[in-house]
Design a protein around this ligand. Structure first.
Ligand SMILES: Cc1ncc(C[n+]2csc(CCOP(=O)(O)OP(=O)(O)O)c2C)c(N)n1
Ligand SMILES: [Mg+2]
Length: 392
């Protein structure tokens, strides 16, 4: 046959497939009480790795709590939390090599932290000051770091998906033993870019891990109103991709799936799709109020599945952590974040000329014109802009 259909089975009466024709199991390793399922095959993990994972979770919880507070106080303009999804993000990044290139959506700051992004770097970005690696030109939470192989977050949904396909392909062409890793939400998977990127990756054999955080919502839209199919995993199979669905609140399941996905992607020069089933415990962003579209009972149910608590119990069972060991960690990070806020909010913004630098090799005439207009505007309304922006 000239097309690429695989099976040659024929039937002689009409018989349709439906979404339940494909049964997709969920990988679960860790139980609610911190013990593992009897027949579970554990990921590769030692005490040092477990401690790094837990430390990243604690930092992320503290950062989210404090920075949402800072947003409420008017100190930063916007914030998004990862609360409830820490196992999906940290469990996956912990399976990677530091040279694997991450292209994230926006709720994966725990991953850049895991790679070594400092508290000061977080603050410089969120306060849009001149020390920010992006020179303060992006909204808060749009982190990026060339040194950490973490491409800068971009607000338009799903743009990172075809880009990740290209990054994975280029890593292969360069002969590197590394993969691209693309994080996205189930909502972003409704964009055309998702389909283009997935299909290209499968056809062109791009070693890319597509990691979907299926957290139940795209802002206020529940998954039941987003798609009628069997989640996102069914699409991976449709594109001819190695695919797995995991309990996204189970640190060990996510770690195991991502370790094996990475090994497979490298060995076969092929993409893998991981669908992590989780729940966005917080609001979509600091601009959102979930009470308008979901019940407190639903949230309370998911609070019972706290991924950080479950992993902590496992560490206690292993004898790698004692019940109250983390109190000091939480306190240390609270102090650290608070101190970093106080420093970063006093650092001046970049010179306004930086707005158009390194966008193109040379600023285009149109950009130069827009900058001139902006400077005139700032001169006219100096009180509406930070003093440092007025250095023109
Ligand atoms: C192209 C585009 N359309 C709409 C938006 C507005 N928007 C920002 S986040 C979001 C929801 C995305 O949901 P999901 O991908 O599930 O990620 P989650 O927020 O649940 O982590 C929407 C609609 C956008 N940023 N870009
Ligand atoms: Mg979502």
């Amino acid at each position: 046959m000239s097309n690429a259909t695989r099976n040659t089975e024929t039937v002689h009466r009409v018989s349709f497939l439906d979404k339940d024709s494909l049964s997709i199991p969920i990988l679960k390793i860790l139980q609610a009480d911190g013990t593992t399922y009897e027949k579970a095959v554990l990921p590769v993990i030692d005490q040092a790795l477990a401690e790094k994972i837990y430390d990243t979770c604690v930092f992320t919880r503290v950062l989210d709590e404090r920075m949402l507070g800072a947003q409420r106080q008017g100190r930063i303009s916007f914030y998004m939390t990862c609360t409830g999804e820490e196992a999906a993000v940290v469990g996956s990044v912990a399976a990677l090599d530091d040279e694997d290139v991450i292209l994230a959506q926006y709720r994966e700051h725990a991953a850049i932290r895991y790679r070594g992004f400092t508290t000061e770097q977080f603050m410089n970005q969120m306060f849009s000051n001149e020390k920010d690696l992006g020179k303060g030109r992006q909204m808060p939470i749009h982190y990026g770091s060339q040194a950490l192989n973490y491409q800068t977050i971009s607000s338009p949904l799903a743009t990172q998906i075809p880009q990740a396909t290209g990054v994975g392909y280029s890593l292969k062409m360069q002969g590197k033993r590394n993969v691209a890793v693309c994080y996205f939400g189930e909502g972003a998977a409704s964009e055309g870019d998702f389909h283009a990127g997935m299909n290209m990756a499968a056809v062109l054999n791009s070693p890319t891990i597509f990691f979907c955080r299926n957290n139940g919502y795209a802002i206020s839209t529940p998954t039941s109103e987003q798609f009628a199919g069997n989640g996102i995993a069914s699409r991976g199979v449709g594109y001819g991709m190695h695919t797995i669905r995991v309990d996204g609140n189970d640190m060990l399941a996510v770690l195991a799936a991502t370790q094996q996905a990475r090994a497979y992607a490298l060995e076969h020069n092929a993409p893998v799709l991981i669908e992590a089933m989780t729940y966005r415990l917080g609001a979509h962003s600091s601009s959102d109020d979930p009470s308008g579209y979901r019940s407190k009972e639903e949230e309370a149910k998911w609070e019972q599945h706290d991924p950080v608590k479950r992993f902590k119990l496992w560490m206690i069972n292993k004898g790698w952590l004692a019940e109250n060991d983390d109190l000091a960690m939480y306190e240390k990070y609270r102090q650290e974040v608070l101190a970093a806020v106080k420093v970063a909010e006093k650092v001046s913004t970049s010179h306004v000329d930086e707005l158009i630098n390194d966008v193109y090799d040379e600023p285009t005439p149109r950009l130069k014109q827009q900058l001139t207009t902006l400077k005139q505007h700032i001169k006219k309304y100096p009180d509406s802009y930070p003093k440092s922006a007025g250095r023109i």
